[in-house]
Design a protein around this ligand. Structure first.
Ligand SMILES: [Zn+2]
Length: 223
């Protein structure tokens, strides 16, 4: 299996390492870590170097976080690479062989991700594009599965807060790149983007949404 090339940004990794990130995004980051040795090392470095800082952090004030991230970039340059044993225990499972969804996500999802059967159905939102009837909410983040057939475009849309995708099977593409198993796509609020399935088998992603999803007409106006 190839290693991921699209990673959670530093803010997400920092939030995860410090335990301050919201639960839904932490679940996505922990799952990415199972696929990604580079991010496991980075998180372990953050935890190892900055544990005492984390305890002193008041809360995730954005300006303070930017300053801290800058300082940490300096510290991490030339920092020793932690061993695999130092990786967070969630990621240590690393159970990505055989196409299985890794823990901690696996225990959380419907048993078979191609038939997520909380209510037994995929809901087709456009030709060849489905959202799972299965849905969970974790600290305000809505979590579903998104499935795209080869070449099928997700309808143009915009969102009022972060949207995150983590590929669990197959691949998809958009104007920003190509995403395969383990890759993370992070779209901030008010981003328009156009994803489409890009693998022979259907692409299945973990799909996280903090705000509302607004579908757009051909002229880019809200429907
Ligand atoms: Zn990574």
């Amino acid at each position: 299996m190839t290693l991921p090339i699209h990673h959670p940004d530093d803010r997400l990794l920092f939030g995860y390492a410090s335990g301050q990130e919201r639960a839904g995004k932490s679940l996505l980051v922990a799952t990415h870590l199972a696929y990604c040795p580079d991010c496991r090392r980075r998180v372990a470095s953050l935890e190892g170097l900055c544990g005492n800082w984390f305890e002193e952090l008041p809360c995730a004030d954005h300006d303070e976080l930017d300053v801290l991230l800058d300082r940490m970039d300096g510290l991490l340059t030339g920092a020793p690479i932690p061993t695999e044993a130092a990786a967070p225990k969630q990621a240590a499972a690393g159970a990505t062989g055989g196409g299985l969804v890794p823990e901690p996500l696996r225990g959380w999802l419907p048993e078979a991700i191609d038939t997520p059967t909380d209510d037994g159905r995929w809901r087709e939102i456009a030709k060849g594009v489905w959202l799972s009837g299965w849905e969970r909410t974790l600290s305000g983040t809505t979590i579903r599965l998104l499935r795209m057939a080869s070449g099928a475009p997700v309808p143009a849309h915009r969102h009022t807060a972060d949207e995150l995708l983590l590929v669990l099977r197959g691949a998809f593409g958009d104007e920003y790149g190509s995403y395969s198993v383990g890759d993370v796509a992070h779209y901030v609020a008010a981003t328009d983007h156009h994803a489409h399935g890009a693998s022979e088998e259907d692409c299945i992603c973990l799909f996280l949404l903090d705000g509302d999803l607004i579908f757009l007409d051909e002229d880019g106006n809200p429907l």
